[in-house]
Ligand binder design. Sequence first.
Ligand code: SAH
Ligand code: SF4
Ligand code: F3S
Length: 475
Amino acid sequence: MDRVNIINKENFSNQEYYVDLVKNINDDEYAKTGDAKKFIIVTFGCQMNEHDSENIKGMLTNMGYEETEDMEKANLIIYNTCAIRENAETRFFGNIGALKNIKKKNPDIVIATCGCMMQEPHIVKELTSKYKHVNIIFGTHNIYKFPELLYTYISLVDKETVVDVWDIDGNIVEGLPSVRRYDFKAFVNIMYGCNNFCTYCIVPFTRGRERSRSPQDILQEVKLLSQNSVKEITLLGQNVNSYGNNFTDKYTFPMLLEDINKIDNIERIRFMTSHPKDISDELINSFATLDKLCESLHLPVQSGSSNVLKLMNRRYTAEDYMKKIEKIKKVAPDIALTTDIIVGFPGETEEDFKQTLKLVKEVEYDSAFMFMYSTRKGTVAEKMSGHISEEVKKDRFNRLLETANEISAKKNKEYKDKIEQVLVEGFSKKNESVLSGRNRKNKLINFVGDESKIGQIVNVKITDVKSFSLNGVEV
Ligand code: SAH
Ligand code: SF4
Ligand code: F3S
């Protein structure tokens, strides 16, 4: 583990120092006004970013801030950004541009931007030159420094933008505070970064090289969560199958799953994401042997054409992928499979695309996340020949969407009259008297019930099947 620098309580006291400094300022204000300072954090992107935002919220709570949903009421506005697709940039600059008026009306408001986009130098350059109302900019590798950056900005007499973005990626920070969205389920990072360099992808540039947290730290965190009424754990990493590659001993991801499976009070274990090239027989067997491991697997295929997969540097063929799917279905016939697919990758022919449609029909995914290829600066695919027109990409996207939706609807029908165990998340967004939650396969299920069920696992009989949701009654 030589290149990994672990930052924990012993060499981490700096953060507490700055948290206290900001808290003292906020406490003084509170004594004068009776109002706590408010923050809003707008999060884009994947679970990694969501989890980073939970850590930022934890730090802010310790600094005496309260969360608000109302941009107008916030004293601190944070945008946690995602760089996976290009169109997000236009939207981001639009959103940030719109904050100019808020800042003009109230110059004391602090505006911060962080996340994957900040790891791209051209974004930081644009922000610092044209969006001077942004006050703090930090990246993905130094989130733990946020209290220091905030204190630095607050105490500046001549307000200038505080910019701190690192390209050093060897850190693992342990023990960050966290405010979670749900009391009963939690994300746990098991590794950071990615070494795969799929030719379309920006993540290895924004999140750095792969590094794994020690099993002791992970198990300790899960134990603590289990003692705090958490029932469901989702283990996070860009490629969980290469967990432990930087360890000197042979402690693998399936071994970690086995150890987590033994922890009392944890009832469900999920993980994402698995790279198909690395999914091992050992991991596949875990679905048969570990009772807490949920019957759901996200296995991004990206394309059904081996030619395109080669250009993508995915390092498996469509045949390899199908073989793994067969193995998985043999071990866990009831598993819900989900995937990610990119259409319109440079060089993708109509024939290649048809192979994707064919694969989707063969696998019968419960659901698929579909994307039109988007060129990212600095990636290998940016320089490839054969870029596809937007029109063709849209056409392929719509055809794929239709096929995938038909399959999802068909898979949903299989649930009719079945009894599902639902971990209740809260009231449904559409109807305040209806509860919604997820079964082990991660399907959203609605039923009528009262608040006392939130956070509980209840049995629900499916009575009504819709294309994208399932309704039932508690039994
Ligand atoms: N580490 C995960 C996924 C990370 S990004 C994995 O490897 O599976 C999530 C998804 O975004 C990817 O699976 C891919 O389908 C999509 N994606 C990534 N880069 C993209 C790009 N440049 N254009 C379109 N979709 C992209
Ligand atoms: Fe991106 Fe590929 Fe790494 Fe996933 S495995 S994060 S798609 S480079
Ligand atoms: Fe986006 Fe960064 Fe996740 S680019 S998808 S937020 S790792």
